[in-house]
Design a binder for this molecule. Structure first.
Ligand code: AKG
Ligand code: FE2
Length: 326
């Protein structure tokens, strides 16, 4: 099978005669000063600085076996190389949703379309972690991924918990318990492939809605870019290293002392890229209280984001919940 047949039809256009409407005018700094945090010897001060200054860091000594990370990457490649139709069919009546062109999904997994002019150059599987153990798949590569993701998810929750507890301590927050802020019921993993193109962005500029996001990026192909002091920096892939991003919920919990970092994904002209991203959210009924925002739950936040994407075409985010000044 031609590799092109494995791409969703709308993502098969690889070269554009016209000027790329999304090509950035801003400069991209090639040096890579992104902070690295060592999970085994966690330095609270370094973590605090990375959260305040960057909202993103590399994570080493994370305890996920490198074989598991590599197997996940290999299986992801195999899964995506199947025909578009078989990927679609495999997810009929499954809690795993196959999507393309947009990462914004409703709670039931349907893509929120924003109009053809600004589709994201990405296809993916959205995997709700709480349902992973409840079903089996006929498609062998999807079934193998499901089993690996079950193992991977326990590592991710362990990592998120360790980091979040350290952040709460650094912020001197008075939370009775941290568990409800990292709800196992709401966590999900998205497995992505970015087909090559010079037409558009893999993912446009955004902040994640999560508390924390943990990315297992392609070992060989870069693409993730992060905004730091008005400049875009490329996060270069480093083997056996995860990338942690602070999301909107973390920014709110910290009353804006930590930031939910703006980032985007650039697609290569001639090579595809894969990545796996884990998102963890507060439980349904957890009310986020902070100095900067009116009390709100993650459910209310998510509903507002979906509403804004539908009506305005983009996420407005935390500013919707800001307390009035004065
Ligand atoms: O694929 C990546 O490198 C980043 C994905 C991302 O930013 C997201 O899923 O929110
Ligand atoms: Fe993101």
């Amino acid at each position: 099978m031609n590799n092109l047949d494995s791409y969703p039809p709308i993502l098969r256009q690889q070269n554009n005669q016209q000027q790329n409407p999304y090509e950035p005018n801003d400069t991209i700094e090639d040096s890579d000063p992104i902070p690295t945090i060592d999970l085994k010897c966690l330095e609270h001060k370094n973590l605090d600085e990375a959260c305040k200054e960057w909202g993103l860091f590399r994570l080493i000594n994370h305890g996920v076996p490198i074989t598991l990370l590599e197997q996940l990457q290999d299986l992801t490649k195999q899964l995506f190389s199947l025909s578009f139709e078989s990927k679609q069919e495999a997810c009929n009546e499954s809690p795993i949703k196959y999507f393309w062109g947009t990462p914004a999904l409703t709670p039931s997994g349907t893509a929120i379309t924003k109009g053809p002019q600004n589709i994201n150059w990405v296809e993916g599987f959205d995997v709700p972690l709480c349902q992973l153990s409840n079903f089996q798949h006929q498609l062998p590569s999807l079934e193998s991924i499901r089993l690996l993701l079950m193992e991977y998810a326990t590592h991710l929750l362990r990592i998120a918990t360790t980091l979040f507890e350290a952040m709460v301590k650094n912020l001197e927050l008075n939370l009775k318990t941290t568990k409800p802020y990292l709800s196992e019921n709401n966590g999900n993993i998205r497995v992505y492939r970015y087909p090559p193109t010079d037409v558009g962005w893999g993912m446009e500029v955004h902040t994640d809605s999560s508390v924390l996001s943990i990315l297992n990026p392609d070992d060989h192909v870069s693409g993730l870019q992060v905004l730091k002091d008005d400049q875009w920096l490329t996060v270069k892939p480093v083997s056996n290293t995860l990338v942690v991003t602070l999301g909107d919920m973390m920014q709110a919990i910290s009353s804006d002392r930590y930031k939910s970092v703006s980032h985007r994904v650039k697609v290569e002209k001639d090579i595809e890229r894969i990545s796996l991203c884990y998102f963890v959210f507060p439980g349904e009924d957890v009310v986020i209280e902070s100095n900067k925002y009116k009390p709100f739950t993650y459910n209310e936040f998510r509903a507002q984001v979906q509403q804004d994407i539908k009506t305005l075409g983009n996420k407005v985010g935390l500013s919707r919940f800001q307390k009035k000044q004065g």
